[in-house]
Design a protein around this ligand. Structure first.
Ligand code: BG6
Length: 487
């Protein structure tokens, strides 16, 4: 990402009155404005169905920033930011509304010097993508400097992802398309690449010779929070496994790209995903939290999973035979995303004869969120006579090392899209491959097992990983090397 403001452009947010715009997009645009990272000449047009005018949209945006921005609202920044906001009320299917949008965009060129630069942000359900793209095509929305940002999920199956892509490509060239997976905007996920490829130490053990297995968990304490309309059809497999979990796995295990250049990078991601074995229903546990069926908008007999734990393998030279465990659930005990790489046991355990029990294997954990950081857990001798062992940790902590919390993923991604940098956006071949990987689970739904809210999902999830254990949620078996020993 360049640290400069992108070239002039008009930003049109479709679905500007929705949840995503309120929680993420408007606060992210505000923070970019605060840091001088919005184009010097720009306008932001919110497009939605709600009966608002410019003023009510600004009031809404202010609330969105006050409630959800990572930095407090500053009056000066707000004034300039608010002046760039305007609103268009209309339905995406309505040709006249699209034509009105085209007029506003033209005005942005004439009055605000946006020079034909366009960023269309589709913060809408996937069912509206094709209609909007077609509408934009009809009103000449594809200027040479136009870019389109599309939210995940991109389709709901391999077939629909292909259809959607074809619809988008009727109007926009692939080079103009930015498919967002916001996990790639998280600093800790990008740091995986630096951690691996800027340090020769770890790269040497990043393979089947040294690694025993890999785990990635995305745990959420919230439930579906009023999103039943979308979630009932999606479920945890489509909502998270197909995208965030697989993308993190790709960053963790891909081959080094030739350069940190978008296509070289995306080639390696696509190559890795091609090597992942499609999920087999027998290696997957699905769960649903108790009480989900009585939430508003949920079918009382719903079989939608709110939890998924899955095992797979990466069938390539580097990772052959190493199990990969991926897990995600809602209403789990905590909100935390963690990657754990477990290393093999030493070939001989010298302390067997002394009756010293084995501890957990050495492992490296990446805390994607919260308390962003990386830890290496290893065995240490407890001071004193004899050989008592304890697992301790070396910790890197973002907050402590850099004295700042990472920026929001959406800020990074919005800026990159305005800048035309595709590195952190999912390419069509990777999206299709990810659908291929989960396709067997869409065809064979299997049993959904109930779990109590506030637990780590159905007990079958522990069986899936046995004799190993899930690391996140296992509880205090190791302490930080910086923490004193209790007692
Ligand atoms: C979204 C999913 O993509 O990611 C949500 O649709 C989920 O269901 C969210 O809650 C999690 O994102 P984060 O950044 O809060 O971990």
């Amino acid at each position: 990402m360049s640290l400069e403001a992108p070239r002039p452009q008009a930003i049109a947010v479709f679905g500007a009155t929705g949840d995503l715009a309120k929680k993420k997009i408007l606060p992210a645009l505000y923070n970019l404005a605060r840091e001088g990272l919005l184009p010097e000449r720009h306008v932001i047009i919110g497009f939605g169905r709600t009966e608002w005018d410019d003023e009510s949209f600004r009031t809404h945006a202010r609330e969105a920033v006050e409630e959800n921005s990572r930095t407090p609202l500053e009056d000066e920044t707000w004034k300039t930011f608010a002046a760039s906001l305007s609103y268009l009320r209309g339905s995406f299917e309505d040709h006249d509304a699209m034509a009105e949008l085209a007029k506003m965009l033209k005005l942005a060129d004439d009055r605000h010097g946006c020079d034909g630069g366009r960023l269309y942000y589709l913060a809408v359900p996937p069912s509206s993508f094709a209609t909007i793209v077609q509408g934009l095509g009809e009103v000449g929305g594809n200027t040479p400097n136009a870019r389109i940002v599309i939210e995940k999920p991109f389709g709901d199956s391999l077939e629909s992802a292909r259809e959607l892509s074809a619809a988008v490509h009727e109007v926009f060239d692939e080079s103009q398309v930015f498919r967002i997976d916001h996990y790639l905007g998280k600093e800790t996920v990008q740091n995986l690449v630096i951690f691996r490829f800027a340090n020769s130490l770890f790269e040497r053990v990043w393979n089947r010779d040294a690694v025993d297995h890999i785990q990635i968990t995305v745990a959420e304490s919230i439930g579906v929070e009023g999103r039943a309309g979308y979630y009932e059809h999606a479920g945890a497999v489509r909502d998270l496994l197909q995208n965030h979990l697989l993308q993190m796995l790709a960053f963790l295990t891909m081959e080094p790209p030739r350069a940190l250049e978008a296509e070289a990078f995306r080639d390696e991601i696509a190559k890795l995903l091609k090597a992942v074995r499609p999920f087999e229903p027998a290696d997957v546990v699905r769960g649903q939290y108790e009480g989900y069926r009585s939430e508003e908008g949920v079918d009382p007999h719903s079989e939608t999973e709110t939890f998924v734990a899955a095992k797979t393998m990466i069938e390539n030279w580097r990772w052959d035979g190493i199990p990969v465990f991926l897990r995600h659930g809602k209403k789990l005990p905590i909100r935390a995303t963690e990657i754990a790489v477990f290393f093999r046991e030493p070939p001989r355990f010298l302390l067997d004869d002394l009756g010293v029990g084995k501890l957990t294997e050495d492992h490296l954990t990446v805390r994607v969120q919260p308390n962003e950081g990386i830890s290496l857990a290893f065995q240490a001798k407890v001071p004193g006579p004899g050989y008592e062992l304890e697992t301790v940790r070396m910790d890197f902590d973002y907050g402590r090392s850099f004295m700042q919390q990472p920026a929001e993923a959406y800020e990074r991604l919005l800026h990159d899209a305005m800048d035309g940098d595709h590195t952190l956006f999912t390419r069509q071949d990777a999206v299709e491959r990810s659908w291929e990987l989960v396709d067997p689970l869409l065809k064979d739904h299997g049993t959904v097992r109930m779990y109590a809210p506030g637990t780590w999902g159905p007990p079958e999830s522990a069986k899936l990983i046995a004799p190993r254990e899930w690391h996140l949620g296992r509880g205090g078996k190791e302490r930080s090397a910086m923490e004193p020993r209790p007692g």
